[in-house]
Design a protein around this ligand. Structure first.
Ligand code: SAM
Length: 211
Protein backbone atom coordinates (compact mmCIF):
# COMPACT_ATOMS: atom_id res chain seq x y z
CA UNK A 1 0.00 0.00 0.00
CA UNK A 2 1.33 3.46 -0.89
CA UNK A 3 2.70 5.32 2.10
CA UNK A 4 1.39 8.80 2.69
CA UNK A 5 3.00 11.08 5.19
CA UNK A 6 0.49 12.55 7.56
CA UNK A 7 1.43 15.71 9.36
CA UNK A 8 1.33 15.33 13.13
CA UNK A 9 0.52 11.63 12.82
CA UNK A 10 1.09 10.83 16.50
CA UNK A 11 -1.13 13.72 17.54
CA UNK A 12 -3.88 12.56 15.17
CA UNK A 13 -3.58 8.98 16.40
CA UNK A 14 -3.97 10.25 19.96
CA UNK A 15 -7.06 12.23 18.98
CA UNK A 16 -8.57 9.05 17.52
CA UNK A 17 -7.30 6.62 20.12
CA UNK A 18 -10.65 5.54 21.60
CA UNK A 19 -10.48 2.25 19.71
CA UNK A 20 -6.71 1.95 19.60
CA UNK A 21 -5.03 -0.70 21.76
CA UNK A 22 -1.55 0.53 22.71
CA UNK A 23 -0.29 -2.55 24.58
CA UNK A 24 -1.91 -5.56 22.90
CA UNK A 25 0.57 -8.08 24.30
CA UNK A 26 -0.65 -7.31 27.81
CA UNK A 27 -4.14 -8.43 26.80
CA UNK A 28 -3.16 -11.94 25.76
CA UNK A 29 -5.84 -14.28 27.15
CA UNK A 30 -7.83 -11.31 28.50
CA UNK A 31 -9.51 -9.84 25.41
CA UNK A 32 -12.94 -10.60 26.91
CA UNK A 33 -12.22 -7.95 29.53
CA UNK A 34 -11.68 -5.35 26.81
CA UNK A 35 -15.08 -6.04 25.25
CA UNK A 36 -16.86 -6.84 28.51
CA UNK A 37 -18.48 -10.00 27.14
CA UNK A 38 -17.81 -13.62 26.08
CA UNK A 39 -18.60 -13.12 22.39
CA UNK A 40 -16.31 -14.86 19.87
CA UNK A 41 -13.27 -12.89 18.76
CA UNK A 42 -12.29 -12.43 15.09
CA UNK A 43 -9.05 -10.98 13.76
CA UNK A 44 -8.04 -9.27 10.52
CA UNK A 45 -4.31 -9.03 9.80
CA UNK A 46 -3.42 -6.09 7.55
CA UNK A 47 -6.71 -4.16 7.72
CA UNK A 48 -5.48 -1.15 5.73
CA UNK A 49 -8.01 1.68 6.09
CA UNK A 50 -10.43 -0.65 7.85
CA UNK A 51 -13.50 -0.72 5.62
CA UNK A 52 -13.89 -4.52 5.86
CA UNK A 53 -13.49 -4.91 9.62
CA UNK A 54 -15.65 -1.89 10.34
CA UNK A 55 -18.48 -3.28 8.17
CA UNK A 56 -18.08 -6.75 9.73
CA UNK A 57 -18.33 -5.29 13.24
CA UNK A 58 -21.38 -3.29 12.25
CA UNK A 59 -23.12 -6.29 10.65
CA UNK A 60 -22.31 -8.72 13.50
CA UNK A 61 -22.86 -7.06 16.89
CA UNK A 62 -22.70 -10.48 18.60
CA UNK A 63 -19.04 -10.88 17.64
CA UNK A 64 -15.92 -8.99 18.65
CA UNK A 65 -13.32 -7.85 16.13
CA UNK A 66 -9.68 -6.90 16.26
CA UNK A 67 -7.83 -5.38 13.32
CA UNK A 68 -4.05 -5.23 13.10
CA UNK A 69 -2.21 -2.97 10.69
CA UNK A 70 1.51 -2.35 10.48
CA UNK A 71 1.41 1.11 8.90
CA UNK A 72 0.30 3.76 11.35
CA UNK A 73 -0.43 6.35 8.64
CA UNK A 74 -2.88 3.92 6.98
CA UNK A 75 -4.51 2.81 10.21
CA UNK A 76 -5.43 6.39 11.10
CA UNK A 77 -8.35 6.23 8.67
CA UNK A 78 -9.55 2.99 10.30
CA UNK A 79 -9.40 4.64 13.72
CA UNK A 80 -11.32 7.67 12.46
CA UNK A 81 -14.00 5.34 11.07
CA UNK A 82 -14.20 3.46 14.37
CA UNK A 83 -14.59 6.77 16.25
CA UNK A 84 -17.37 7.90 13.89
CA UNK A 85 -19.22 4.59 14.16
CA UNK A 86 -18.60 4.12 17.89
CA UNK A 87 -18.68 0.37 17.56
CA UNK A 88 -18.16 -1.26 20.96
CA UNK A 89 -17.17 -4.57 19.36
CA UNK A 90 -14.12 -3.30 17.43
CA UNK A 91 -10.55 -2.57 18.49
CA UNK A 92 -7.45 -1.86 16.42
CA UNK A 93 -3.75 -2.08 17.09
CA UNK A 94 -0.66 -1.05 15.16
CA UNK A 95 2.00 -3.67 14.64
CA UNK A 96 3.59 -5.88 12.02
CA UNK A 97 2.45 -9.24 13.31
CA UNK A 98 4.85 -12.13 13.35
CA UNK A 99 3.89 -14.61 16.10
CA UNK A 100 0.21 -14.45 17.05
CA UNK A 101 1.02 -16.22 20.33
CA UNK A 102 2.40 -12.87 21.49
CA UNK A 103 -1.14 -11.45 21.55
CA UNK A 104 -3.55 -14.36 21.88
CA UNK A 105 -3.92 -17.47 23.99
CA UNK A 106 -4.39 -20.93 22.49
CA UNK A 107 -7.90 -21.13 21.06
CA UNK A 108 -8.71 -17.47 21.81
CA UNK A 109 -9.76 -16.59 18.23
CA UNK A 110 -13.00 -17.57 16.47
CA UNK A 111 -11.60 -16.78 13.01
CA UNK A 112 -8.92 -14.92 11.03
CA UNK A 113 -9.30 -12.78 7.90
CA UNK A 114 -6.47 -12.11 5.46
CA UNK A 115 -7.55 -9.70 2.74
CA UNK A 116 -5.38 -8.74 -0.23
CA UNK A 117 -2.22 -9.51 1.68
CA UNK A 118 1.03 -8.21 0.19
CA UNK A 119 2.08 -10.75 -2.49
CA UNK A 120 5.87 -10.63 -1.99
CA UNK A 121 6.32 -11.92 -5.58
CA UNK A 122 10.04 -12.81 -5.35
CA UNK A 123 10.60 -16.48 -4.45
CA UNK A 124 13.24 -15.51 -1.88
CA UNK A 125 10.58 -13.52 0.00
CA UNK A 126 8.03 -16.39 0.15
CA UNK A 127 8.40 -16.67 3.93
CA UNK A 128 7.11 -13.09 4.30
CA UNK A 129 3.76 -13.97 2.70
CA UNK A 130 1.01 -14.06 5.31
CA UNK A 131 -0.09 -17.47 3.99
CA UNK A 132 3.36 -19.08 4.23
CA UNK A 133 2.96 -22.52 5.86
CA UNK A 134 4.73 -21.64 9.11
CA UNK A 135 2.43 -18.66 9.51
CA UNK A 136 -0.64 -20.81 8.86
CA UNK A 137 0.57 -23.24 11.54
CA UNK A 138 1.03 -20.27 13.88
CA UNK A 139 -2.53 -19.05 13.22
CA UNK A 140 -3.88 -22.51 13.98
CA UNK A 141 -2.35 -22.35 17.47
CA UNK A 142 -4.53 -19.44 18.51
CA UNK A 143 -7.71 -20.48 16.68
CA UNK A 144 -10.49 -22.31 18.54
CA UNK A 145 -11.37 -25.83 17.36
CA UNK A 146 -13.28 -25.65 14.09
CA UNK A 147 -12.48 -21.92 13.56
CA UNK A 148 -11.64 -20.88 10.00
CA UNK A 149 -9.18 -18.68 8.14
CA UNK A 150 -10.60 -16.71 5.20
CA UNK A 151 -8.36 -15.35 2.48
CA UNK A 152 -9.16 -13.08 -0.46
CA UNK A 153 -6.76 -11.92 -3.14
CA UNK A 154 -6.66 -10.50 -6.65
CA UNK A 155 -3.21 -12.07 -7.08
CA UNK A 156 -3.54 -15.40 -8.91
CA UNK A 157 0.06 -16.46 -8.14
CA UNK A 158 -0.37 -15.76 -4.44
CA UNK A 159 -3.62 -17.71 -4.50
CA UNK A 160 -1.92 -20.73 -6.12
CA UNK A 161 0.84 -20.54 -3.53
CA UNK A 162 -1.71 -20.30 -0.72
CA UNK A 163 -3.60 -23.39 -1.91
CA UNK A 164 -0.29 -25.31 -1.82
CA UNK A 165 0.43 -24.08 1.70
CA UNK A 166 -3.07 -25.03 2.83
CA UNK A 167 -2.58 -28.53 1.49
CA UNK A 168 0.89 -28.85 2.99
CA UNK A 169 -0.54 -27.77 6.36
CA UNK A 170 -3.23 -30.45 6.27
CA UNK A 171 -6.08 -27.91 6.43
CA UNK A 172 -9.52 -28.71 5.05
CA UNK A 173 -11.01 -26.34 2.46
CA UNK A 174 -14.59 -25.36 3.29
CA UNK A 175 -15.19 -22.86 0.45
CA UNK A 176 -13.10 -21.94 -2.59
CA UNK A 177 -13.60 -19.95 -5.78
CA UNK A 178 -11.45 -18.08 -8.29
CA UNK A 179 -14.29 -15.67 -8.98
CA UNK A 180 -15.84 -14.61 -5.69
CA UNK A 181 -18.13 -11.94 -7.13
CA UNK A 182 -19.71 -14.40 -9.54
CA UNK A 183 -20.19 -17.00 -6.80
CA UNK A 184 -22.87 -17.52 -4.17
CA UNK A 185 -20.43 -17.29 -1.22
CA UNK A 186 -21.40 -14.84 1.49
CA UNK A 187 -17.82 -13.55 1.62
CA UNK A 188 -18.60 -11.33 -1.37
CA UNK A 189 -21.11 -9.26 0.62
CA UNK A 190 -18.59 -7.27 2.64
CA UNK A 191 -15.68 -5.92 0.64
CA UNK A 192 -12.35 -4.25 1.36
CA UNK A 193 -10.90 -1.07 -0.16
CA UNK A 194 -8.60 -3.10 -2.43
CA UNK A 195 -11.42 -5.44 -3.40
CA UNK A 196 -13.62 -2.54 -4.53
CA UNK A 197 -10.80 -1.25 -6.69
CA UNK A 198 -10.16 -4.63 -8.38
CA UNK A 199 -13.85 -5.40 -8.75
CA UNK A 200 -14.40 -2.11 -10.55
CA UNK A 201 -11.48 -2.94 -12.83
CA UNK A 202 -13.09 -6.30 -13.68
CA UNK A 203 -10.35 -8.41 -12.03
CA UNK A 204 -11.45 -11.79 -10.65
CA UNK A 205 -11.15 -12.12 -6.88
CA UNK A 206 -9.88 -15.43 -5.49
CA UNK A 207 -11.30 -16.65 -2.19
CA UNK A 208 -10.71 -19.61 0.10
CA UNK A 209 -12.02 -20.50 3.54
CA UNK A 210 -10.20 -23.29 5.35
CA UNK A 211 -9.81 -24.86 8.79
C1 SAM B 1 -2.33 -4.64 0.11
S1 SAM B 1 -2.85 -3.98 1.61
C2 SAM B 1 -4.55 -4.52 1.77
C3 SAM B 1 -5.34 -3.71 2.75
C4 SAM B 1 -6.78 -4.19 3.04
N1 SAM B 1 -6.76 -5.51 3.65
C5 SAM B 1 -7.62 -4.21 1.78
O1 SAM B 1 -7.93 -5.30 1.30
O2 SAM B 1 -8.02 -3.12 1.33
C6 SAM B 1 -2.04 -5.04 2.79
C7 SAM B 1 -1.90 -4.39 4.16
O3 SAM B 1 -1.39 -5.35 5.08
C8 SAM B 1 -0.48 -4.71 5.95
N2 SAM B 1 0.41 -5.77 6.49
C9 SAM B 1 1.25 -6.55 5.80
N3 SAM B 1 1.88 -7.42 6.61
C10 SAM B 1 1.40 -7.17 7.86
C11 SAM B 1 1.66 -7.76 9.12
N4 SAM B 1 2.54 -8.75 9.29
N5 SAM B 1 0.99 -7.27 10.21
C12 SAM B 1 0.12 -6.25 10.05
N6 SAM B 1 -0.17 -5.66 8.87
C13 SAM B 1 0.46 -6.12 7.79
C14 SAM B 1 0.21 -3.68 5.08
O4 SAM B 1 0.76 -2.63 5.85
C15 SAM B 1 -0.94 -3.21 4.17
O5 SAM B 1 -1.60 -2.08 4.72
Amino acid sequence: MRQRNIKNLEEKLEMNSGFLIREPKELKGRWKEVFGNDNPLYLEIGCGKGKFIFSMAQANPGRNYIAIEGQSNVVLRALEKAEEGRLGNLRIFIDYVDDLNDYFDKGELGGIYLNFSDPWPKARHAKRRLTYRKRLANYREVLADGAAIEFKTDNDDLFRFTLEEIEAGGFEIAEMTKDLHNSSFKAKDITTEYEDRFKTGGKNINYVKFK
